[in-house]
Design a protein around this ligand. Structure first.
Ligand code: GAL
Length: 400
């Protein structure tokens, strides 16, 4: 009997012990984070910041949505209307974020409904620190609460900035908001905006859908000033990052300046063509309600947009550079190539794309289409040369 009690006790103790041991162990590692399945081609839309800064309002947003429909941008593929910084003024006593009641009198839910009624999607902005760059309340400590609020308002896209973050860990900060957005159950694109400081291309893939690679763009061809880069300066910083982009996760060289007035028609065409070859998000940043025919011509060029949106999602790269003359190339579905011949110099120059730069046989005959002239040129074998205007591009599609 004693023996029986003893062995019973032993079996109870041994069945409990491993459990206690297991409880003392660290939690099992979480399964690797998966992408959210959104933005399989680079997001396209419009954002308030480049033109309007903090001057945002419900009237402006509605007007932009109306214009996007009437000027053909929606039909050309633009989708997200994003309110950048300064829409928020504080928090209520439960900690809920409060939109500016004067500028957004109907509230964000109604605004989201308006945007959706136009067949467009609704984007908003916050920050991973205590304050946004415009010194409005950031989401630090309110990530899940804010994400729930955005979902309630029908938000489809969140740009998440990096001001007032001090010694926060960038990856952890963005993972936190990424998880909070997913927990809402609503599909929300996450735009990581930490200016490339912590190499987001190395960890952003399954955290967000796009990540800024640099400081802010400004409406300028070339030249760096405090926290701001010209188009050519940003372009140079994209070299080497092409390996990190793909469907659902894109390098973001910042929003478009096309139509904001400080660059020439040629320069804006170059800016747009290069962003398309880079598989960059195409977020217009101009005044949609008052835009020139030239701006509209650029922003709605469907053949250039088709390059940006190519389903393979392979970011193009620089394949040739000789001083101010460059060739950029991007492989396309079906075996074709998109080409940008870029002339940074002050005079017209002839630029050649050689098939060797594209790893194609010299004997190959390719169809050539000029995407800005919108016409087919003669077939080319081995190479193609064109005169390119100062600060301009010739953009081509080569097909077998
Ligand atoms: C910057 C960001 C800009 C804009 C601005 C708003 O940090 O890079 O794109 O969002 O903040 O204050």
């Amino acid at each position: 009997m004693k023996r029986l009690i003893y062995s019973l006790l032993l079996s109870i103790v041994s069945s409990v012990l491993p459990l206690q041991h297991a409880q003392a162990e660290a939690a099992p590692p979480r399964p690797p984070r998966q992408g959210n399945g959104l933005a399989l081609t680079p997001p396209m839309g419009w954002n308030t910041w480049n033109k309007f800064g903090c001057n945002v309002s419900e009237t402006l947003i509605k007007q932009a949505a109306d214009s996007m429909v009437s000027n053909g941008m929606r039909d050309a593929g633009y989708e997200y209307i994003v309110i950048d910084d300064c829409w928020q003024v504080g928090r209520d006593k439960e900690g809920n974020i409060l939109p500016d009641p004067v500028r957004f009198p109907s509230g964000m839910k109604a605004l989201g409904e308006y945007i959706h009624s136009k067949g467009l999607k609704f984007g908003i902005y916050s920050d991973g620190g205590s304050l946004t760059c415009g010194k409005r309340p950031g989401s630090l400590g309110h990530e899940y609460q804010d994400a729930r609020k955005y979902a309630e308002w029908g938000v489809d896209y969140l740009k998440y900035d990096w001001c007032s973050t001090y010694d926060q860990n960038a990856k952890a900060t963005y993972e936190n908001i990424s998880d909070a957005l997913r927990a809402t159950g609503r599909p929300i694109v996450l735009s990581i905006c930490e200016w490339g400081l912590h190499k987001p291309w190395e960890w952003g893939k399954n955290v967000g859908n796009l990540w800024r690679t640099t400081d802010d763009i400004y409406d300028h061809w070339q030249g760096i000033r405090t926290f701001e880069h010209g188009v050519m300066d940003i372009l140079d910083l994209q070299v080497g990052l092409e390996i990190y982009a793909g469907p659902g996760h894109w390098n973001d060289p910042d929003m478009l300046e096309v139509g904001n007035g400080k660059m020439s028609f040629e320069e804006y065409k170059s800016h747009f063509s290069l962003w398309a070859i880079l598989a960059a998000p195409l977020m217009a940043g101009n005044d949609l309600a008052n835009m020139s025919e030239e701006t509209k011509f650029i922003l709605t060029n469907k053949e250039v947009i088709a390059i940006d949106q190519d389903v393979l999602g392979i970011q193009g790269k620089r394949v040739f550079k000789n001083g101010d003359l460059e060739v950029w190339a991007r492989p396309l579905k079906g075996g074709g190539r998109a080409i940008v011949l870029l002339n940074r110099s002050l005079t017209t120059q002839a630029i050649t794309v050689d098939w060797e730069m594209l790893n194609l046989p010299e004997q190959l005959s390719m169809k050539v289409r000029d995407l800005w002239q919108k016409k087919n040129l003669a077939k080319a074998k081995g190479s193609f040369t064109a005169d390119v205007l100062s600060h301009g591009v010739v953009m081509l599609r080569l097909d077998l």
